[in-house]
Design a protein around this ligand. Structure first.
Ligand code: NAD
Ligand code: SER
Length: 312
């Protein structure tokens, strides 16, 4: 394979930091260009090139792709579910236009691959709540979910019409300690660890019995890289693959934390995010990803909680 030059857009975010570091290990520090609207994450400093970039400025994006000899783009810039409900127009505009800009430039410059994440938020209240399958009724009720579902079909369109090798995963809620989450409904499952260690108590913004699909970040990074490195003929889904790691409720994660911090106290004060969580499935069936490119998670709730408490 010819030398790859990778541009990561949204590299200072929750996924971006860890994905950039992982890609740099594989492709070489100088071949992975981190970019973001905000300043570079301190964790990325000194590990490779960084450019300040607004993905909404198509001309500047195009200039950077040419100037840096980019062959692949990982587009991570987006407004997530909870923040999206506060400003639906902005969420629609960023989530859609960023993708269209990237797809268009990728087609024009004949990039080898594009990665763009979708989310479990594509599913809505009419989708099956348990083991939600790859293909099913999909009627999202959040602006974030609508933008992800529309985006999936743009990816599919660019693959079918222009042969652009664009790949995608429907991530569950992601749990990590290196960089903060960016305004999602699943963020409680990260906040809880910081509160447990600092104050030994946490007030959840979701009810105790709200089950949601979740995944530990190291599994999500590995899934992303395994998908992107899979041979072309293994990729049969060109919208976005269902992906599953674990599923738990606020009560279950608090009980797991109590095994390590017995004095930890959990209370509940649901807010507007409860309605978003109620619209999503409780668990996901990712048989197709397992069959097509061999996906398998490593972390369950117990292993994730142990590792988070060690590292937060
Ligand atoms: P995040 O909010 O932590 O990071 C997004 C980054 O994009 C931020 O650093 C932000 O500064 C940057 N950005 C925003 N506007 C930009 C612009 N105009 N130009 C350039 N950069 C811009 O988000 P994340 O959690 O890392 O999510 C990354 C992707 O994964 C998103 O598409 C998100 O929808 C998807 N996803 C995330 C989760 C999760 O639990 N974190 C779950 C499902 C899907
Ligand atoms: N973690 C994300 C959110 O809650 C799911 O896409 O918005």
């Amino acid at each position: 394979m010819a030398k790859q030059r990778i541009l990561v857009i949204g590299a200072s975010g929750q996924i971006g930091v860890e994905l950039t570091l992982a890609l740099r290990k594989i492709y070489g520090n100088n071949n992975v260009i981190a970019s973001d609207l905000r300043e570079q994450s301190p964790l990325l400093e000194g590990t490779g090139p960084y450019v300040s970039l607004d993905v909404m400025n198509k001309e500047m994006l195009h200039v950077q792709v040419i100037r840096q000899n980019v062959t692949q783009i990982y587009l991570l810039a987006a407004i997530l579910s909870a923040t999206g409900e506060k400003n639906p127009n902005l969420a629609w505009s960023l989530n859609m236009q960023s993708l269209l800009n990237v797809l268009d430039i990728a087609r024009e410059e004949k990039l080898t691959k594009v990665y763009w994440p979708s989310s479990i938020a594509v599913f809505g209240p009419t989708s099956p709540r348990q083991n939600c399958p790859q293909q099913t009724i999909i009627e999202p009720t959040t602006v974030y979910g609508i933008s992800k579902y529309a985006g999936e079909f743009w990816c599919n369109y660019y693959f079918n019409r222009y042969g652009l090798d664009v790949r995608s995963l429907r991530y569950p809620g992601l749990i990590s300690y290196k960089s903060e989450p960016g305004g999602g409904t699943t963020d409680y499952a990260v906040e809880i660890f910081h509160a447990a260690k600092a104050e030994k108590k946490y007030t959840s913004f979701l009810q105790e019995d709200t089950y949601l699909p979740m995944m530990y970040m190291s599994d999500a990074i590995r899934a992303t890289i395994e998908l992107m490195e899979a041979p072309l003929e293994k990729i049969n889904i060109r919208t976005s693959y269902n992906l599953s790691g674990m599923s738990f409720s606020p009560k279950e994660i608090s009980e797991e934390i109590k095994k390590h911090i017995p004095e930890f106290e959990m209370s509940y004060k649901p807010d507007y995010r409860q309605q978003i969580a109620n619209s999503w499935p409780q668990s996901i069936d990712d048989t197709v990803a397992r069959k097509d490119w061999g996906w398998k998670e490593e972390y369950n709730l117990e292993a994730m909680v142990k590792d988070m408490l060690l590292n937060v």
